[in-house]
Every structure is written in C-alpha cells, then in structure tokens.
Ligand binder design. Structure first.
Ligand code: FE
Length: 387
C-alpha cells in the first residue's frame, strides 16, 4: 500500500498571502524568523490580514536558523498561554520547522523530544489548532512536507532531531512568490539546488510512484530553466515564481516518495563542517548520481530526456545529467568540491569513517536506489572532496 498526502489547500500566485483574511478563527499565533519578514513588511501584512479575518494575533519572532529545542519549548509555552486556534508560520524553512514542533508541544504539553523522534511517532494534532505555512525561501518546501528538523545545542555534536509525521503536514500552504524577493543571491542558490536535489532523489527513490514522478520531473525542469535567472536577477519575478512552484512540487514529491543518500551524506557532512544544507547537497549530487547509475541509469536517463538533454542510451543520458548538474552549480556559485567549500583535508580524513558511518544510518538512506555500504559512502565523500 502506498499513499499520497499533502495539505488540504495549496494556494499559490503573486498576492496569495491575502488568503489569510479568509481564515475562520478567533486567535492566531504568527511564528517567524529573524528580520527579513519584518524588514520587507510581510510580517505586518500577515498580522493585518489575520486581524481582518477577525482574529486576535500574537507574534513569536526571532526563530534562529537551525532552530533549537529551547526555541521550540519556549514557543509552545507562549501558545499554551495564548490558546490560538491557528498557527501561522511565515518565513524560511527554519521558522516553519520550529512552528511545526511548537504545535506538537502546544497540543501535547506532556511530551518531550525523545518521545516524538521515532518516525511517525507524533500523536494526533488539530485538537487545538490548525496550521498555515507561508514560505519565503524556495527550497525546503516545509509548507507541504511531513518533516521538521530541530537542533539540540546541548549535546556534544549538536544532535539534530528529524521529526517525521504526516500529522505535522500543514493544513494550508500559501505559496506566494512575492515573499521570495527577500532572499539574497546565495540563499536563492542554496535553497534552489536543495529543491533540485529533492526532486531528483524523489524521482529515483525506491518509494517513488505515478503520483510523485510527474511532479518531480516538472520541478527538475523548472529548476534547470529558472534558477540561474532567479540567481542572476532577484527582481525577475517570473523566475522567482517558477522557482517557488518548483520547490513546492519537489516537496510534494519527496514528502511522499522520500529522499536518498545525497541527503543522508549532506546532513552529516554539513553538521560536521558547517556547510549550508543546499550547498552540501549540490556538491554531493553529481557523485551520488554516478554511484547510483549502476542500478538507476534508466531513471536518470528519463530525467535527462525529459529536460531535453537526453540520449537514447541511458548511460550517456546519465553522463549528460551529471554534466548539467555541475554546470548549474557553477552558474549559481556553488563550490566544485568539499575542499573548495572550505573543508580542511586532514580534518576531513580524520572524521571520514565516523561521518560515513553516521550517513549510512540516516533515515534517508533506506529509499536510495542502490544499497550502499560504509565503504561506498566513504568513496563518494572522497570523490566529492576533490570534485
Ligand atoms: Fe533538503
């Protein structure tokens, strides 16, 4: 049995933020990040629209990148005191991820992180509140996914808690490209290549299906065409819009088809050496395609042919896809190797065995089209180190 689960409403288009004025409720908590939503006026707009909907509004702001356990518990306490019937997260993936976890502890104050980190171990939500998510970056697609990542800074290796449950899939996703003008070019690049990785990994995943494949292919095509334009000119609203939809399509694909070892490996090398998530993915992606090609060249060939760079021969088409990913990376300023990304070689080699072992254990490894062992992962890291 397979399934396909997404938010009840996905509202999209320039100006779709105004959908907030149609929500029915009494009280809303708005969760947001640092300063960009405030600076660009979107936080005030969000609050104004909810007030227009007849709601009393409280704001939780200052959610940091890679949000902490403390931020989540503190936010849940604010919600317990205020008792909202809507949680509205507006901002990057971190703000939305943090709001999802706050929602869990608002509805179930007796629980703690260790209780809910088992995959699909989150109890039923929506007894107290519904959830609307409005992304301002074009990458994580947290507005449509069943995932949230929270960091425990009190553990030696800054342990990441990946929460996975369809309970935390938002009820409403508002995909309004206007908000993405707040992204500087490096964020456009990192989030854009993350979206590409989501789509490619979802398409070749062992859990892919007829329901996820068309979305993944469309997302891949859009990213190749529009990411360079959105990166080169942040005011190109056509490119911004296409990228915002592409990342959402990729998110719908991967929340149902899951991911693969690009993400397993990026999670661990990123945490170990502080490489941004999207950048780590983008550097690893060509090397993982080369490794997976032994069992998945037919599916990679399909991708290459769909985006118009294919060859009837799957192996040749896969080579062209690898070249296209490398070209896209260089167009948007992604380093060509882990070394170029600033990782010291001696430190890399010292930590290689541990990092590879951790990557193998990552939940994303299970759906990779080729089953790796730890020496395979080490070899891919080494290839990506040199580029
Ligand atoms: Fe990702």
């Amino acid at each position: 049995m397979q399934w396909f689960r997404i938010p009840k409403d996905i509202v999209f288009g320039a100006g779709s933020l105004s959908y907030l004025a149609e929500l029915q409720g009494k009280k809303a908590v708005v969760v947001t990040g640092g300063s960009s939503m405030k600076k660009f006026g979107f936080l005030q707009k969000t609050v104004d629209l909810l007030v227009k909907a007849g709601m009393e509004v409280q704001v939780i702001d200052g959610v940091e990148p890679d949000p902490s356990v403390k931020t989540v518990y503190d936010g849940a306490k604010v919600m317990q005191a205020f008792q909202p019937d809507w949680i509205v997260a507006v901002g990057g993936g971190s703000a939305i991820d943090a709001a999802k976890a706050m929602w869990v502890f608002y509805e179930h104050p007796q629980l703690t992180f260790p209780d809910i980190i088992k995959p699909f171990g989150i109890p039923k939500l929506r007894g107290k509140a519904n959830f609307a998510a409005i992304p301002s970056t074009s990458g994580t697609a947290s507005e449509v996914t069943c995932a949230s990542v929270i960091t425990d800074y009190d553990t030696p290796n800054k342990l990441k808690y990946p929460l996975l449950s369809y309970e935390i899939t938002p009820d409403i996703a508002i995909v309004d490209p206007d908000l993405t003008v707040s992204m500087p070019p490096h964020v456009t690049a990192h989030t854009g290549v993350d979206a590409l990785t989501h789509a490619i990994e979802a398409y070749v995943s062992t859990n892919s299906s007829h329901f996820t494949n068309p979305l993944a292919l469309e997302a891949i095509k859009l990213v190749f065409e529009y990411l360079p334009k959105a990166y080169a000119n942040g005011r190109d609203m056509e490119a911004r819009g296409k990228m915002h939809y592409a990342q959402c399509l990729a998110g719908i694909a991967f929340t149902n088809a899951f991911l693969g070892i690009v993400h397993s490996m990026a999670h661990k090398i990123g945490a170990q050496f502080s490489i941004p998530h999207g950048e780590a993915n983008a550097i690893l992606l060509p090397h993982v395609i080369a490794y997976n090609a032994k069992t998945a060249s037919k599916t990679y060939g399909e991708i290459a042919r769909y985006i118009g760079i294919g060859d009837p021969d799957d192996a040749k088409a896969t080579e062209r896809l690898i070249a296209a990913v490398k070209q896209l990376n260089s167009q948007v300023g992604i380093p060509a190797s882990l070394q170029e990304a600033g990782i010291n070689e001696a430190e890399f080699l010292t930590k290689l065995a541990e990092t590879a072992a951790n990557a193998l254990e990552d939940p994303c490894t299970g759906c990779n089209p080729r089953t790796p062992d730890v020496s395979d992962i080490e070899a891919i890291y080494k290839a990506a180190f040199k580029g």
